[in-house]
Design a protein around this ligand. Structure first.
Ligand SMILES: [Zn+2]
Length: 125
């Protein structure tokens, strides 16, 4: 079972409909739209760039074969939740990320589970 940690992010690039509305109307007392520039906290059990797969033809010594190439899409970040769901954050290259010690501990536990033993960390001294 993966441990939960807080994934903290905010959007610093692109347009924020909240900010442009504030700029365009002085009487912006209508509906409160969430600002993309504010830090957002999400409880996750994992995160990572979206992985894309492509089949390409590879020719070695005149012999052609199909090869599956996996690559990370740095512009799309995938968040994994405890209930098995996930969310993809588009235009991730326009965002800022903060991870705390709970993430360090979650990563340590995951590594230990995979390695089947304790891993010594020099964090939090
Ligand atoms: Zn805004």
């Amino acid at each position: 079972m993966n441990k939960k940690y807080t994934f903290t992010y905010r959007r610093i690039g692109g347009d924020c409909s909240h900010c442009s509305q504030q700029k365009n109307s002085i009487l912006s007392s209508k509906k409160q739209i969430e600002c993309e520039r504010d830090w957002k906290n999400v409880e996750v059990i994992g995160h990572g760039p979206e992985v894309t797969e492509a089949n390409i033809e590879e020719v070695i010594n005149g012999v052609s074969s199909m090869k599956t190439v996996r690559s990370n899409n740095a512009t799309r970040m995938v968040l994994y939740f405890e209930d098995g769901g996930l969310t993809v954050l588009a235009n991730w290259n326009e965002c800022e990320l903060k991870l705390g010690q709970d993430w360090v501990l979650a990563t340590k536990e995951k590594m230990e589970a995979e390695a089947g033993r304790d891993i010594k960390l020099s964090v939090g001294k």
